[in-house]
Structures are given as C-alpha cells and as structure tokens.
Ligand binder design. Structure first.
Ligand code: BEZ
Ligand code: FE
Length: 310
C-alpha cells in the first residue's frame, strides 16, 4: 500500500468531515491547518505501515508526556525550526543583520525584579562556583545606543537548575532572573553565579525519547535574553559558553554561530563581553513578544527600578 491510499475519495471525505471544513461555524484557519495535520499523520501511518500497537503506544506517550512538552518541542528540533523559518521569512523581506535569534526554551518566568546599574542576578549563595561578569552594549542597526531598553536575563544555577523549576525547591524565587533597565548609553552589566549546563529530568518523557533515539538530553551552559526597546524588534536569544563540552552538541539546537563566546576564566571569576544589536521595527506590531504562554510569578522586590551596585 502506498500513500495514495490517503487520497482516495473515502479518506478525503473523512478528512473533510473530521476537520469541519464544510461546516459554517468554527475557525476556518484551524480547520485548514488541522485537516493538513491529520492528513500528514495518515500518510506517515501508511508510509511506515504503523501497526495499531505502535499507534496506541505513541498516543499513550503523547498523553503521558504533556508536562514536558516544552522540552520535547526543542528536543525534536521544532523550536529551532521556527527560528530558521522566521529567519528565512525575514531574509525574504530584506530584514537581515543584528544579533541572531535563538530559542526561548520553556523556563522563562514573567515578573522578575526590574533593576538598574551593575546588577547582581544571584540571590542565593551557590558556593564553590565562579562569578560570571557579563558586560556589553545594546545598539541599533547603525550602532546607535538604544534608548529605554529592558534586558530580561535568566539562567540556571551551578547544578543546571532554574529557580521556579528546581526539583529541590531550594532556590529563592527569581534567583538568577532579572529585568535590567538600561540607561541612555545602552550599556548593561551584571554578575551572577556561573551556570552549568541543563539536563532533562532523568527517566522523564524527554529522556525516554532521547534514549530511544540514541541521543542525549544535555545543553551547554548558557544565559538567556529577551531585549526590548521602543522602536526595535524584541530579540529572543541566548549565549552558550563556547568552552562547554556540549557547545557543539546541544540537544535543543539552541547554539548558533555568533552566540558562542568563550568566558575568560580567571580564578574565582569569569568574564564575557558581548554586544547585542537589535533590528529596527517596522511598526508597533513588529516590536513585541510572541504570545506564547509563559510561567508567571509575583516579584517580591519592588516593581519600580531599584539600583544594585557591586
Ligand atoms: C533551556 O534553555 O534551558 C532549555 C531549552 C530547551 C529545552 C530544555 C531546556
Ligand atoms: Fe536555558
């Protein structure tokens, strides 16, 4: 049997009815996308002669793994694909240049304290790891310092665990998470306890899938950023440490050329100088974040900018 079976009138009629394309109510875009999605699934079943047992095993995996969907999507390359697709559409529209975008990942939390100055991101002591000092500028396409920029920064601790998602529940809320309000010179500076790379939860759904694929679930140590400023496109990116053993083998495909600085390690400290360049926005709708659902929490610190200095 070949995939032309899916094109028979009986199956096509089934697809039309299942997706509601001939019904007057509902959402036409959802109908069109879902019809194609079901049809593609049917084609995969026929092409690989998927047995009933295999099909239901896959359905059970999907049902059981929903809590790790934010890990599975990057793990199978789909989140990176979205970046490549956005890049290709930008290139088609003549929008090039600036710091490359890369995946957000599932571990951002809204509501981090808004701070100014040379900022300490780490509330918790995290003994025995180096202190990371990161500095640089945020400029626009002509090298102009961007005005009123806010840099959202978040990273893991030295065990590779993120506050709000730490299985030991040992971290203070918003540890290693801040929103930094920049001055008119577009300069930023922060220091924090050096993160380690992230690994997916052992024996979890993502780990099981990675093992079944003969892969691993590790990411190199990295620091995430959203950078927003009026008149510019919000940048979602991250730097990955170029000297990490997983720098060239990130399970989530988040490492990209231009985003792999090597920290200069000197005793208890490590230094990274990294400049960001934003693209100019064509209008207000071009400036904002995607409406992806994100975790949120209440900041315990004041919401007005407070100045933290070294
Ligand atoms: C992370 O950024 O830490 C991450 C990204 C994708 C999957 C898992 C973790
Ligand atoms: Fe991360």
């Amino acid at each position: 049997m070949d995939a032309s079976f899916v094109k028979t009138p009986e199956i096509q009629k089934l697809l039309d009815r299942a997706s509601g394309v001939n019904e007057s109510g509902g959402n036409p875009r959802l109908k069109a996308v879902l019809r194609d999605l079901i049809e593609s699934t049917m084609e995969v079943i026929v092409r690989h002669d998927v047995s009933e047992s295999e099909f239901w095993l896959a359905m059970k995996y999907l049902a059981d793994s929903s809590g790790e969907i934010g890990l599975i999507v990057p793990g199978i390359g789909l989140e990176h694909f979205l970046d490549l697709y956005l890049d290709a559409k930008d290139a088609e529209a003549g929008l090039t240049g600036g710091t490359p975008r890369t995946i957000e990942g599932p571990l951002y939390v809204e509501g981090a304290p808004l701070v100014e100055g040379n900022v300490n991101l780490s509330t918790d002591p995290d003994e025995g790891t180096q202190v990371l000092h990161m500095t640089g500028t945020v400029t626009g396409p002509d090298g102009e310092p961007v005005q009123d920029a806010i840099v959202h920064v978040w990273h893991a601790n030295s065990k590779g665990w993120y506050s709000h998602f730490d299985p030991t529940s040992q971290q203070t809320p918003f540890n290693n998470r801040r929103r930094i309000k920049l001055g008119s010179d577009g300069r930023y500076a922060f220091h924090s306890k050096m993160p380690s790379g992230y690994s997916v939860p052992p024996q979890g759904a993502t780990d099981q899938l990675m093992q079944a694929l003969g892969r691993h679930g590790n990411r190199p140590a990295h620091v995430h950023f959203f950078i927003e400023a009026p008149g510019y496109r919000t940048l979602t990116t991250q730097i990955n440490f170029g000297d990490d053993p997983f720098a060239a083998d990130d399970f989530a495909f988040g490492t990209r050329e231009g985003l792999l600085p090597v920290p200069s390690r000197q005793g208890d400290s490590a230094y990274i100088a990294f400049d960001f360049q934003l693209q100019r926005a064509s209008g207000e709708s071009d400036e904002g974040f995607s409406s992806r659902h994100r975790a949120s929490a209440q900041a315990q610190e004041p919401t007005e900018p407070e100045t933290e200095t070294v």
